[in-house]
Design a protein around this ligand. Structure first.
Ligand code: XMP
Length: 513
């Protein structure tokens, strides 16, 4: 296994992700925890020093234990990791003075080819991504330069005898397009065969959960979404009946959704599942409310109350499990404000762990969405379930502009089911990031058979997106739209007009509220 020593870079997890893509098992450990004894015990086959915000020039700056250099294994230092390596091994690092570099840069080869750079410089130079204030001003004895950029004469350095490599840029980020090859070369020369799999990750995660919770009881909020479902199933495999899931049903779910969740988790997986059916409470409090933010606030507050009420009845609970993903971790440290705030306050049931004296278990913290799906697959969750479109915490409330009534919700559920059925039938579901119907707060006149109708209008929404932050409307064919409109009007009493929303995000949002 490979050890990543984390010096605090925002992109350390991306290194791990690149390695997982290459089927190499790695662990990230903060530098403070990496002691001589730790290294001996861990026995890494290779080590990577991450980047980090500190300056090696400063007194007491983060360093690895010096024994790491005596392990006889390949070491790769990235950015701050390069500077650490140079400072530790007899080179020099200096402060900026006009040599700070942020963003795109181009590295050219120097001093011939080396294994680490196999497949690099095929077109003369490589685009890389730099982000550094300090820079190396003299390389350590034994090192040679193998790549330079205009502002980084020591962009790529290596001591081939000791297999120590140190680079100024970040090969793990998207903006270093050939970064995967770079890591591939590094792990190959370190002797990894790339035989690690998601199944092994699962086993490792189960072991870690058992070690963390011991024989304590764990509560898991289950929404039926991919993240919380994978979290629940993983925990169930790890600790069985020490887990109780609480499924808060606010009465704003889609057609058959609550039944499906209960059937799958309680009946199929045999989990302890509390179905908190609180539709009366939520719909009661939402009665007459039409302001979107007020709706969200009411739902958020009730959600926490309800969850707490049910959770406090579970005896001996010491942990709360959450399906926090790596992008959530990044987002919560790097942004404040923006749409993610609302999303977060729902996701993590707002400060509840502290209030209830619960510790957190977050087994998906290191993973990206597609990796969670792969893990879900490994855990035997059905493919149709793993590939589901995202569904917002406030549910249908934000797809029902204006006042929410049971009548409107019923109509909305039916229309949504027909729409999604159409999308699946035409094989478009997986091409679309998210699709749903919104019921509009207007009635319009129509004619059906020989009679006049006066019913609701609805809007179909379908977008493509990578992360939900920006989105484009999906270009359905007119045939598809026409057929879908006809089906909805024929099959859903209460709707007599169908529109298609062709707004992108920005300026629109994906949801209507
Ligand atoms: P918007 O409408 O802001 O949505 O473009 C972006 C993505 O986030 C989802 N969304 C939410 N998810 N709680 C959630 O868990 C929320 O309050 C919330 N609001 C929006 C939305 O469905 C889309 O995928």
């Amino acid at each position: 296994r490979l050890l990543i020593i984390d010096f605090g870079s925002q992109v350390t997890q991306l290194i791990a992700r690149r390695l997982r893509e290459l089927n190499v098992y790695c662990e990230i450990h903060p530098y403070q925890n990496v002691t001589d004894a730790f290294l001996e015990d861990f026995a890494p086959k290779a080590v990577i020093f991450s980047g980090g915000p500190a300056s090696v020039i400063d007194e007491g700056s983060p360093r690895p234990p010096q024994s790491v250099y005596d392990l006889g294994v390949p070491i790769l230092g990235i950015c701050y990791g390069q500077q650490v390596m140079m400072a530790d091994l007899g080179g020099k690092v200096e402060r900026g003075h006009g040599t700070a570099e942020f963003g795109r840069a181009y590295v050219a080869p120097k001093n011939g080819e080396i294994d680490l750079l196999f497949g690099w410089f095929l077109e003369g130079r490589e685009q890389v991504w730099m982000s550094h204030g300090d820079h190396v001003s003299a390389i350590a004895p034994g090192f040679e330069v193998y790549g330079t950029s205009p502002n980084a004469p020591f962009a790529i350095t290596a001591d081939l005898d000791r297999r120590f490599f140190a680079v100024q840029f970040h090969p793990e980020v998207h903006h270093t397009p050939n970064g995967k090859t770079f890591y591939e070369n590094f792990v190959r020369l370190a002797g990894f065969t790339g035989d690690w799999t998601m199944d092994a990750y699962k086993e490792e995660a189960i072991r870690a959960i058992r070690a963390q919770v011991g024989d304590a009881h764990v509560i898991c909020g289950l929404s039926g979404g991919v993240d919380s479902s994978v979290t629940a199933v993983l925990l169930h495999e790890a600790i069985g009946d020490q887990l109780t899931c609480v499924f808060v049903d606010h009465g704003l779910l889609r057609q058959n959704e609550a039944e499906d969740v209960v059937r799958m988790f309680r009946d199929h997986y045999n989990m302890k599942l509390i179905h908190a059916d609180e539709a009366e409470l939520f719909l009661g409090e939402l009665d007459g409310v039409s302001d979107p933010e007020t709706k969200r606030k009411i739902i958020g507050r009730l959600f926490v109350d309800v969850f707490q009420k049910y959770a406090s009845e579970i005896e001996g609970a010491a942990f709360l499990a959450q399906g926090t993903l790596y992008p959530d971790v990044i987002e919560s440290v790097s942004f404040s404000g923006g749409p993610s705030v609302t999303i977060k306050s729902h996701h993590n049931v707002g400060g509840l762990p502290e209030k209830m004296g619960l510790k957190l278990v977050e087994p998906l913290r290191e993973l990206f969405k597609d990796e969670v799906r792969a893990l879900g697959h490994e855990l035997g969750l059905p493919a149709s379930f793993i590939g589901r479109h995202p569904f917002p915490g406030p549910g249908l409330a934000i797809r029902c502009p204006g006042e929410i009534t049971r009548e409107k919700l019923e109509i909305l559920r039916k229309a949504d089911a027909v729409y999604i059925d159409q999308i699946r039938k035409h094989g478009l579901y997986d091409e679309i990031w998210q699709a749903f119907v919104a019921i509009l707060p207007v009635r319009t006149v129509g004619v059906m058979g020989d009679g006049r109708t006066y019913d609701y209008a609805c809007a179909l929404r379908a977008v493509t997106s990578v992360d939900g932050m920006t989105a484009d409307y999906y270009p359905f064919s007119h045939e598809f739209l026409g057929e879908t409109a006809t089906r909805i009007i024929n099959e859903v009493p209460g709707i007599n007009r169908v529109t298609y929303d062709i707004t992108s995000k920005p300026p629109g949002t994906i949801e209507w509220e």
